[in-house]
Design a protein around this ligand. Structure first.
Ligand code: FAD
Length: 387
């Protein structure tokens, strides 16, 4: 079986690795450089804590289990590669108002029912785990399963593993359209570097996936949701967990085009602290935005006053691949045979990549899936457009 994957971000890389290791002949077509877009513009959190019970939590749990096994598996597959910095450091979600605290306790209870470890902490217990969290906090929940990776290195490692299993990665290759047979089935792609044949085509083009689907004659409603991050200079002070404020879950699930802020803090292996983030639906506008940086910094200092004197080394933004119902599309196009999607993972594509790759590969091969695939179908009712 010959598969063309459009996009060399973490989703295309994970799909290429899984498929080529199952004996599929895989070529990734990437218009720029590998890991040159969203997958190198985020934090690398692998979170269960921000997901309510449902299909996304099921996919996140499945994926996290795969992530845990990836460092050893990748070492076998590609040898002495730089560490992907997988760290199961746990998450700490902090509430600073009575309303946030009640919502957080309710969410944690529901998550526990779905098998997530979530322990409600007192103020003293929280400060014992993270002494620099604001003493004006009211409650917190500790999620020991939350983890992180370095997303750029992780994507490169997945690509290296895919190559070792026979996959090709062609950069500077812009996909411009599809080739069809008489029945309308996709049998290849046209690009700026010529035509390519395929039995199946997978769109893994991140926030450009909707636009790419349209070029290929398919239907997919996935576009950009911008986010800014700040990075401090390396600091002696270390944050042990990933610490975020309890309104983060609300911001993740919000739909409006209005700008949202929710604080997420984490130390990296290099000693820098990543401070996230904003969310807004403003197309691909990447202009500097001092107001957004100021708002992110002010919120971070409220959650962790010790950051007041931190020096910001840089700010960068990326575009989360946004799907209207906050679930990725993993499966076939609703009409066009041979056209598949692995897209729309919004702010969780790093975390969800390994499970996405397993699901899509099983669907392509007509094999049973480890978790139900229907909730991610392009035919699901929550994607139907209002007439
Ligand atoms: C600020 C921010 C913070 C984030 N934090 C986290 C986090 O902590 N944890 C987490 O799990 N996720 C996080 N995310 C989300 C995560 O980064 C994305 O969900 C994920 O990277 C999407 O990967 P992708 O492979 O789908 O897209 P991308 O990495 O964007 O890859 C798509 C590729 O397709 C290529 N392409 C597009 N059109 C064409 C074409 N016509 N022809 C050929 N190639 C094409 C692009 O050049 C690009 O390289 C964050 C995102 C942002 C912006």
């Amino acid at each position: 079986m010959k598969v063309l994957i459009i996009g060399a971000g973490i989703i295309g890389a994970a799909c290429a690795r899984t498929m080529s290791r199952r004996g599929i002949d895989v070529t990734i077509l990437e218009r720029g450089s590998a890991v040159g877009a969203t997958s190198s513009a985020g934090e690398g959190n692998l979170l269960l804590s921000d997901k309510a019970p449902g299909p996304e939590l099921a996919l996140a749990t499945y994926s996290l289990d795969l992530w845990r096994r990836l460092p050893a598996a990748l070492a076998d597959e590609i040898g002495n590669f730089t560490s992907i910095e997988f760290e199961a450091k746990g998450g700490l979600v902090v509430a600073t108002s009575a309303e946030e605290s009640a919502g957080l306790a309710q969410l944690a209870e529901a998550q526990r029912g779905a098998g997530v470890e979530a322990r409600l902490l007192s103020v003293d217990e929280t400060l014992e785990l993270e002494p620099d969290v604001t003493p004006s906090m009211i409650a917190a929940v500790h999620y020991p399963q939350d983890a992180q990776v370095q997303p750029t290195i992780a994507t490169e490692a997945l690509l290296a593993s895919a190559r070792a299993a026979g996959a090709r990665v062609l950069v500077d290759t812009l996909v411009t359209g599809s080739r069809r047979d008489a029945s309308g089935r996709v049998v290849g792609l046209t690009t700026n570097r010529g035509d390519f044949d395929a039995d199946h085509v997978v769109v893994a083009a991140g926030p450009w996936s909707g636009e790419v689907a349209t070029r290929l004659g398919g239907t997919l409603d996935v576009g950009p949701r911008k986010g800014w991050l700040l990075v401090t200079t390396p600091m002696a002070h270390r944050i042990a967990h990933k610490v975020y404020d309890a309104n983060y879950v609300g911001a993740v699930q919000s739909d409006g085009g209005e700008r949202q802020f929710a604080t997420v803090l984490e130390s990296t292996a290099a000693g820098t602290v990543l401070i996230g983030s904003s969310r807004e639906n403003v197309g691909f506008d990447a202009d500097a935005d001092v107001a957004a940086w100021g708002a992110i910094a002010a919120r971070a200092v409220r959650l962790m006053p010790a950051l007041r004197d931190a020096a910001i080394m840089r700010a960068y933004c990326g575009f989360r691949p946004f799907s209207r119902d906050h679930l990725p599309v993993i499966g076939a196009d609703r009409d066009v045979a041979g056209l598949w999607y692995a897209a729309g993972h919004e702010g969780a594509g790093i975390g969800l990549a390994p499970g996405t790759a397993e699901l899509l590969t099983a669907l392509l091969l007509g094999a049973p899936t480890d978790i139900p695939a229907e909730p991610f179908s392009s035919l699901r009712p929550s994607l139907a457009r209002a007439a």
